[in-house]
Design a protein around this ligand. Structure first.
Ligand code: HEM
Length: 293
């Protein structure tokens, strides 16, 4: 089964703490050594990892469907691409786990990779975004997640996945200064009941992102986590799919590139990072890079 080959943390219940790490390949580094290091670093219970186009372009075989994160512009905002070679999400039950695990990863990777970005993440109030809205309601049911998130195919490809990782920074003061009804219209759901608002404006986030309104449906499995550092905070958006086109199409519509209507999320939040990665499958419990030759 494809799901037995997937990195376990992709489909298992979420752990409450995380750290999102992005790495560049060190200059002159051979892909083979870099891939060996990644295999060494992987722990099934506490790591989710994906490789980006800058590393794949150094390998002898491509992964069809993987591209570099696009950089886009909308009216008054930009959507940056900060594509890196490797992304690792460290997961743990507490911050001690995260600290120890991250230290181990950094020392193992140091020869091949350069740490470019690190952000601690956490579960807020049982699975809400920092705005107070439940995040993940329209995720596919558990039984459908493997079909949504995992690629089929032969050994080396079956059980792999694509992930979109995009950090958003919220201006929470601005959001909270709006009356409750306006906040609900930005999201398109009622904060109190989580009910969808049928007459929400087309700019409402759930109307921009309604998966079934795309043809074919733009279905994905979202596992985003909030982050907070000093007086900056937001959402580390993390979504898995068997094709990046689901994410691409929703993001373009959110930016207003389809019909000129940008997502109301942009009225208080902005993306500050963006990367696409291929999450390799496992074989006998180890990361399987056999696809790359
Ligand atoms: C500031 C960043 C974001 C926040 C705070 C946010 C929050 C939310 C919330 C509260 C919901 C409604 C409940 C749910 O179904 O989960 C939702 C739905 C959704 N979001 Fe986001 N989101 C963000 C960015 C994104 C991005 C970048 C994408 C993809 C490009 C996305 C895709 C979706 C999808 C597919 C749904 C379900 C829509 C449906 O089919 O009804 N979100 N989001």
């Amino acid at each position: 089964m494809d799901r037995d080959r997937a990195q376990p943390a992709l489909l298992s219940p979420p752990l409450p703490y995380g750290q999102s790490l992005a790495f560049a390949l060190r200059s002159g580094m051979e892909a083979e050594e870099a891939l060996d290091r990644i295999v060494e670093v992987f722990r099934p219970d506490s790591t989710l990892l994906g490789i980006g186009e800058p590393l794949l372009r150094n390998c002898s075989r491509i992964v069809p469907g993987l591209s570099t994160f696009p950089s886009l512009s909308g009216p008054g905002f930009s959507i940056p691409s900060t594509q890196e070679a490797l992304w690792i999400l460290v997961l743990g039950k507490n911050r001690t786990d995260i600290f120890d695990r991250t230290a181990g990863i950094l020392s193992l990777l140091d020869r091949s990779f350069l740490l470019r970005d690190a952000m601690e993440t956490f579960t807020y109030d049982g699975g809400k975004d920092l705005t107070g809205y439940i995040d993940g309601t329209e995720n596919p049911p558990v039984s459908e997640r493997p079909a949504v998130a995992l690629l089929p195919g032969e050994r080396g490809m079956a059980g792999s996945s694509f992930v979109a990782v995009q950090r958003w920074e919220h201006d929470l003061g601005r959001f909270r200064s709006r009356p409750a009804k306006e906040q609900d219209m930005i999201i398109g759901r009622q904060k109190k009941t989580n009910e969808e608002i049928p007459d929400a404006p087309p700019s409402a986030h759930v109307r921009r992102s309604a998966q079934d309104s795309f043809s074919p449906p733009a279905t994905m499995f979202r596992r985003s986590m909030p982050w907070a550092r000093g007086d900056h905070q937001g959402l580390e958006f993390i979504a898995f799919a068997h094709s990046l086109s689901a994410f691409d199409r929703i993001l373009r519509r959110m930016a207003g590139l389809e019909d000129g209507i940008p997502d109301a999320l942009f009225s208080f939040s902005r993306p500050v990072t963006g990367g696409y990665y291929w999450c390799p499958p496992l074989w006998e419990g180890r990361v399987d890079f056999s696809w790359l030759g």
